[in-house]
Design a protein around this ligand. Structure first.
Ligand code: ATR
Length: 272
């Protein structure tokens, strides 16, 4: 019998998830269907319950519902609990809902496995302190970076994250100005600046020799952040396509117990 999954959000038409999961299902020969659901802004919980009642097995959750999904889940993985957001729901046989957040695992897998850049021992800078940053912090810290700095325009929000995740590794939050004269091996843009073609106020000297600049945004080409990184000595530039496919693979694994191959799917998405 075909198992049903979907991605739910608002808007949803732009989502690449149906294409990615169709590729995964074909490749791993899983009997499943994966569609997209547009939920009304005030109708997320009702749409989830309807999908579950119709026999759906799981959902990916995207903007703006990740926090609502977190609240709706009966149980949470530790990474979802700390992220305070869920991008994956799994409907268990007993009717309960497991909430997970696979974004951070997607990011760290793309950096460490696909690009072969270990995070352990590295000086890591994470820009932004919104939902996107919060979603990746625990998996980043579990990779045991030498240090992890969070920079945000509104420094108080970075300090809140510092306190929230302090037990999990060497973490410090604050503004951008404090980064002057410091260098990092991995600089990750988790702000929404690339959406509006803006550049976070990053000092020029932050890119260490051989460093990686990673923009979690995808489909925007060379963003202002990636251009700035290239001009200021970053050795490797990455957009968010790898993370997008890897977070999907992690959800697929949670649902199906099978880990799909991702490299061909990443290449295909970049071509489109
Ligand atoms: P998301 O869920 O994508 O993280 P969000 O919660 O609205 O969205 O957070 C947006 C993040 O991008 C915030 O950290 C925001 O900084 P502030 O908290 O200071 O507003 C950051 N951001 C957005 N535009 C930015 C820009 N042009 N430069 C630097 N940071 C920016």
């Amino acid at each position: 019998m075909t198992d049903h999954y979907a991605v739910i959000g608002n808007p949803i038409a732009h989502s690449k998830s149906p294409l990615i999961h169709a590729e995964f299902a074909r490749q791993t020969m899983q009997d499943m269907a994966y569609t997209a659901i547009l939920a009304p802004l005030d109708g997320f919980a009702a749409a989830v319950k309807k999908f579950q009642a119709e026999g759906g097995k799981g959902l990916n959750v995207t903007v703006p519902f990740k926090q609502e999904a977190w609240k709706l889940a009966s149980r949470l993985t530790e990474r979802a609990r700390l992220a305070e957001a869920a991008n994956t729901l799994k409907f268990e046989e007993d009717g309960t809902i497991l909430g997970d957040n696979t974004d951070g695992a997607g990011l760290t897998r793309d950096i460490a496995e696909n690009r072969g850049i270990p995070i352990a021992g590295k000086r890591v800078l994470l820009m932004g302190a919104g939902g996107a940053a919060r979603g990746v912090l625990l998996p980043l810290l579990l990779q045991k970076p030498g240090e992890l700095a969070i920079a945000n325009r509104t420094p108080e929000k970075a300090l809140v994250l510092e306190r929230h995740f302090a037990a999990y590794g060497p973490l410090e939050g604050g503004d951008y100005a404090r980064l002057a004269k410091r260098q990092f091996d991995i600089v990750i843009n988790a702000t929404s600046s690339s959406l509006s073609d803006q550049l976070p106020p990053l000092p020029e000297g932050v890119f260490a020799a051989g460093s990686l600049a990673y923009d979690m945004m995808y489909g925007k080409g060379l963003t202002p952040f990636l251009q700035f990184a290239r001009q200021n000595g970053a050795a490797h530039l990455a957009d968010g396509f790898g993370m997008l496919v890897e977070q999907a693979a992690e959800s697929f694994f949670l649902w199906r117990g099978v880990r799909p191959q991702t490299s061909a799917v990443i290449a295909k998405l970049k071509q489109l």
